[in-house]
Design a protein around this ligand. Structure first.
Ligand SMILES: [Fe+2]
Length: 195
């Protein structure tokens, strides 16, 4: 059984307003409910004997499993890494040195991350690719589409329309810019220190 996390809107969150934030949290809670439903079905032999890659109930369960669980995980990472009050903070060397090493400069990383977000239909993720031992900005078109196996998410930005449309309508660029000013770098630094 997966327990969902509680996310409350606070005034530190400037990237979105309360209404946009709360509707997004409700959507996240839907994924928590769904992965628990799917897990129960999977534990009770969901017609394994008819498993088929074109269409089968078992296939639907397996597709739903990774979609819903990644939906839970990515949203938790996203909600946790917003709310930084001081804008861009690269004073901590553990972040800036690593970003400079892998992207040439902080500014170059930022430019690349913003472009990745604009180019994505689902998520932009700064991750640590353990195979190459370097950071990458990766683009996910869905929760389960584009992840690199054996990589660890460091900074997560939701760019699905549901994340911003209520407040920003079609101004995705403004939403992304406001996100960049509201990153909780403490959370990012903590994640980076694990890898
Ligand atoms: Fe979302």
């Amino acid at each position: 059984m997966i327990e969902g996390m509680n996310f409350e809107y606070t005034h530190d969150i400037t990237v979105v307003n309360r209404e946009q934030f709360e509707v997004h949290v409700r959507l996240y809670e839907g994924y928590v409910k769904k992965i628990n439903e799917i897990d129960v079905i999977l534990q009770n032999n969901p017609r394994r004997e008819k498993a088929n890659s074109t269409f089968s109930f078992f296939r639907e369960c397996k597709r739903g499993e990774t979609y819903a669980l990644n939906g839970v995980i990515l949203h938790e990472l996203y909600f946790e890494n917003v709310g930084g009050g001081e804008g861009v903070n690269v004073a901590n060397p553990s972040v800036s040195v690593q970003l400079e090493m892998d992207f040439g400069s902080y500014n170059n990383w930022e430019e690349d991350f913003i472009a990745t977000a604009k180019a994505s239909r689902g998520w932009a993720v700064l991750c640590y690719d353990q195979r190459s031992q370097r950071l990458r900005n990766i683009s996910l078109d869905a929760h389960d589409l584009g992840n690199i196996a054996y990589s660890a998410p460091i900074l997560v930005l939701d760019v699905y329309e549901h994340a911003y449309f209520l407040q920003y309508a079609d101004d995705k660029t403004e939403y992304i810019n406001r996100f960049m000013e509201n990153i909780n770098w403490e959370v990012v630094i903590n994640r980076m220190s694990i890898y």
